[in-house]
Design a protein around this ligand. Structure first.
Ligand code: MEV
Length: 323
């Protein structure tokens, strides 16, 4: 049988609303698909024995996918294609990405999910796509919980527990949010290892912190489901505040993220927290009724906040589009 790739595939970026890090330790997390993400196109090279290529101009990546390559993106791409019994040579793959790499917006999961879909096709079982994505994600992040791959593949708003099917979460009203990139890059695997080490050194303190993060997820979901307006949004903001404080206590915030959260709160945000692995990357902000003072404050500081609206279990829509 001739091995071939499908011509086009897509996957979402993600933002974690609540439960990053504790999800690695078996607690639930709540995460949303971003409308932007990664789109791949594939075309055959003239000779099927030529190495496949992968170009991602937005990330400065232009690679030949050779088995001996040590580049993590090349290794992860070959791992995903191999997992899907897809072709390992003879294809030119090009990516368009609206996601900043290394910023906690699920760029690697979006890439590996889209690669899996190139090999398995647009109607492939989501579980099979996620499994294939995880083969690549392990090269980037060690032992990821699977949250990023699930959201990249499904979009929408999901409650996820490691090893289980995610539950789509409907919302009683759309929820406007802001994502603010700090510009500080970090590695997820390093942040995850740091949390694990702290919990191992101080289990009597660390384990309850993870448990509080896990509980914040179901408190947050209950609040979102019931939300009838400003009062409930303020409650969600307070839950986000608690989550940020606990993540800081686990050692994964940093001065840049704390400063972004303070700016948001000073200008009327109901809550602000780091999103993703922390140590850099982005913060997630829940604005009050008027987000403009917050957006203006960030813009004056040279940041580029991204506005988007969560619509519950169907994929969210953005305004403006992710950069
Ligand atoms: C990274 O996007 C989220 C973490 O919880 C790691 C994981 O879930 O594998 C920090």
């Amino acid at each position: 049988m001739e091995l071939r790739l499908h011509p086009r595939a897509q996957a979402h970026g993600k933002t974690i609303v609540l439960g990053e890090h504790s999800v690695v330790h078996g607690y639930p997390a709540l995460a949303a698909g971003l409308p932007g993400g990664v789109t791949l196109t594939a075309s055959p090279r003239p000779d099927p024995r030529q190495p496949s290529t992968l170009r991602i101009p937005a990330w400065g990546i232009d690679l030949e996918l050779r088995v001996e390559s040590e580049h993590p993106v090349a290794r992860a791409a070959l791992e995903v294609l191999g997992h899907c019994d897809g072709p390992l040579t003879g294809w030119a793959i090009a990516a368009q990405s609206t996601l900043l790499p290394g910023a906690g917006l699920g760029s690697s999961a979006a890439l590996t999910v889209a690669l899996a879909r190139l090999a398995l096709g647009p109607h492939a079982d989501v579980g099979a796509v996620v499994e294939a994505s995880l083969a690549g994600e392990r090269i980037f992040h060690g032992e990821p919980s699977g949250l990023d791959s699930q959201v990249a593949a499904r979009g929408g708003l999901l409650r996820f527990v490691r090893g289980q099917e995610p539950t789509p979460i409907p919302l009683s009203e759309p929820l406007p949010l802001l994502i603010v990139p700090s510009g500080v890059e970090r590695r997820t695997a390093v942040q995850v290892a740091q949390v694990r080490a702290r919990v191992e050194r101080l289990p009597a303190l660390g384990r309850p912190l993870l448990e509080v993060l896990g509980r914040s997820v179901d408190e947050g979901i209950e609040t979102l489901r019931a939300s009838k307006g400003p009062h409930d949004r303020a409650r969600l903001g307070e839950i986000m505040q608690v989550a940020h404080g606990v993540l800081a206590a686990l050692g994964v915030s940093c001065a840049a993220l704390d400063a972004l959260c303070s700016t948001a709160l000073r200008h009327g945000a109901l809550g602000a927290k780091l999103t993703g692995a922390g140590g850099g990357g982005c913060v997630l902000v829940l604005p009050g009724d008027d987000p403009r003072p917050i957006i203006d404050a960030f813009t004056q500081q040279g940041h580029a906040p991204i506005s988007f609206v969560l619509h519950g279990s169907s994929p969210s829509t953005a305004s403006p589009t992710l950069p």
